[in-house]
Ligand binder design. Sequence first.
Ligand SMILES: *[C@@H]1O[C@H](CO)[C@@H](O)[C@H](O)[C@H]1NC(C)=O
Ligand SMILES: *[C@@H]1O[C@H](CO)[C@@H](O)[C@H](O)[C@H]1NC(C)=O
Length: 471
Amino acid sequence: MQTFQSIKQVILNLDHYSLKVLATTAVGIGGLLCYLALRRKPKTIPVGDGWWRVGERPLNEDTTIHPFVVESSEEMIQDLYQRIDQTRYTNSLEDSRFHYGFNSDYLRKVVSYWRNEFDWEKQVKVLNKYPHFKTNIEGLDVHFIHVKPARRAGQRVLPLLMVHGWPGSFYEFYRILPMITNTEEDVVFEVICASIPGYGYSEAPQVKGFNTMDAARIFLKLMERLNFTEYYLQGGDWGGFITCNMAQMKPERVRGLHLNMITGQAPGTMTLFSLVIGRYLPFLVGFTREDVKRMYPYMEKNVYELLRESGYLHIQATKPDTAGCGLNDSPVGLAAYILEKFSTWTDMKNRDLKDGALERKFSLDDLLTNVMIYWTTGSIISSMRFYKENMGTNFQKRVDNLTKIYVPAGLASFPHELLHCPRSWAYSRFRDVRSYNYMPRGGHFAAFEEPELLAKDMLQFAKKVESKRLK
Ligand SMILES: *[C@@H]1O[C@H](CO)[C@@H](O)[C@H](O)[C@H]1NC(C)=O
Ligand SMILES: *[C@@H]1O[C@H](CO)[C@@H](O)[C@H](O)[C@H]1NC(C)=O
C-alpha cells in the first residue's frame, strides 16, 4: 500500500514533458518486446547423427532388412521355472493392498498362474502372428513388426508408425492392430510397430547418451528405409516424446501426429499462476470445466501424490543399473516391478484394492507376455537407462522442449492419464491441433486398455486430416 501511495505521488508530481518522455520510452520498450516475441523461432530441431556401438563406425553399413521370428527354448523355460520356484516372498502388511507397492499375496497368485498355466510357447505363436523384422541402424539392430491392411475398394491406405513406452512393448498394440488395419472406414492404416532401442527385441546402445531424439532419428531412418515418404505417427509415454521429436525433425514427412499422452505447457511462465487461479477462475486461464474436473482432485493432494508415484522415475533417472540388477535376475521381482504400473497407471484408485484391479482391464496372459518380452531379452536395465539419458541434464531446456510442434496433431486425453494437460496448454505447444478429445474412460496404456476408443479416435483424426488435404 505504502509503495502504491508513493508511486501515485510521483506520477502526480510529473510535469508534462516528463510524461511525454515516459510515454515514448514505454512505446519503445513495448515495440521491442513485440519484436522479440514475433521474431521467427526455428520450427524444426536438428536431426543429428549417432553410432551406438563400442568402436569405430564402419565405412559401409549393412542396410538390409531381415525377417525375424520370436523363438522360445526349453532351456529358457526351465531356467525361468527354476528361478520362480526359488522365489523368496515377503508377506505384505495387513490391509496394505497396493499402497506399499505390488501386494505379495496377489503376487503369489499371479506367479502361480505364470508357473502352472501361462503358456509361453502359445504366446510366442501369438507374437509371430504378424511378420517381424530387424534392420541395423546406427549400429543397432532395430526390431519392428509390419502389418499390412486388409484393403477394401476405395479405401485410402495410410502408413503409420506406433511407438510404445515404459514398461510396455510393441505387444501393447496387438489388440488395436486389427481395428485399424481392417476397417470399414474410408481410411485404413498400414502399421509399423517398432521397439525402442534397448527395449525387447531392439538392441541396446553400448555407449552413453541415447535419448528420445536419437530414437526419433533412428525411426525416421527406419521409415525411410521402408520407402515411406509420408506417414502418420502415434505414441504415448516415451513413444509420445519420440514421435513428437520425429515431427520436429522432419515435419515434411509427418502427415499427422496422434498422441495419447499430451505434454503441453502453460503459455509463457504461467504454469504456477494458472494452476492456482484455475481452481477458482478457470475461464481466466483458459481451462474448460472438464480440465478442472480432471486436474484438481489430483492437484489437491498434488505434491505428495506426485512424490508417491514418481519414485521409480527418480531411481531410473539416476542409478538404473543398481535396481535393475535385481530385476534382471529375478523374474518375480521383474513382474512385480512392471505390473505394479499396469495397476496404478490404469487408475490411481486401484491402489485401494487387494489385487490392484489388474485383471479388470487386462488378462494375465497379455500382462505376462509383456513381462516375458523384458525377461527373455534381458532388457529391463537398458529400458530403465532411457530415463537417465533423457532426464540427466537440462531436460526442460532441451531444444525439443523449447520448439513447438507444427504438424497436424490429434490429441486424445484419457481421464486416468498420469497428468492431465489442459486443452489450452496443449494448443500452446501443438500449433495445428485438428482434434483434441476428452476420452470417456481409460488411463496411461490407452492402446492396451481401451483399444476401441483409441482406434476410433485415430481414425476420425486421420479422416479429418485427409479430407482437408483433398480440398
Ligand atoms: C525401396 O525402394 C528401393 C528402390 O526402388 C528398392 O530397391 C527397395 O527394395 C525398397 N525397399 C523396400 C523395403 O521395399
Ligand atoms: C518444458 O519447458 C517448460 C518451460 O521451461 C517447462 O515448464 C516444462 O516442464 C518442460 N517440459 C518438460 C517435459 O520438461
